[in-house]
Design a protein. Structure first.
Length: 151
């Protein structure tokens, strides 16, 4: 996906097994952020930064949705543990990560594996991608402030 592309209509199932669709957010802007794994240090820091800046993001007209390939039960624990006020999509079939181009080969300590590239998409009121934050740009501890500083 690139700037100017329309985001997919079906985003996936949230932590409660409810389908989330882009059209549910028509007229609102969206922070759609992809992260590798629930309850890891970087992903927790990023989620908590978005949580701490959620009210201000909403004042600016944005809703927040997180996405990882973890299952709904893992997402519910992550939400409960950290008091996250926004939904998390359980993309266990990897449809959304693949459609958005954020799934691919990663490497850690010389070991190669498939995983999610930490990426954030800002989507306008019509569902069009207006900004993409790539993995090297994202500051996990201050991602919420980072987004607000560029909106």
């Amino acid at each position: 996906m690139n700037i100017g592309d329309k985001a997919p209509e079906v985003l996936g199932m949230n932590e409660n097994g409810e389908e989330i669709r882009l059209s549910q957010y028509k007229g609102k802007k969206l922070v759609l952020y992809f992260y590798p794994k629930d309850n890891t240090s970087g992903c927790t820091a990023e989620a908590c930064s978005l949580r701490d800046n959620y009210a201000e993001l909403r004042k600016q007209g944005y809703e927040v949705i997180g996405v990882s390939v973890d299952d709904a039960a893992s997402h519910r624990k992550f939400i409960d543990k950290h008091g996250l006020p926004f939904p998390l999509i359980a993309d266990t079939d990897k449809k959304l990560v693949e459609a958005m181009g954020v799934w691919g080969e990663k490497s850690m300590y010389g070991r190669k594996y498939m995983g999610t590239f930490r990426t954030t998409f800002l989507i306008d009121e019509e569902g069009i991608i207006e900004r993409i934050y790539l993995p090297k740009e994202i500051k996990t501890k201050t991602h919420g402030e980072q987004l607000l500083g560029n909106i």
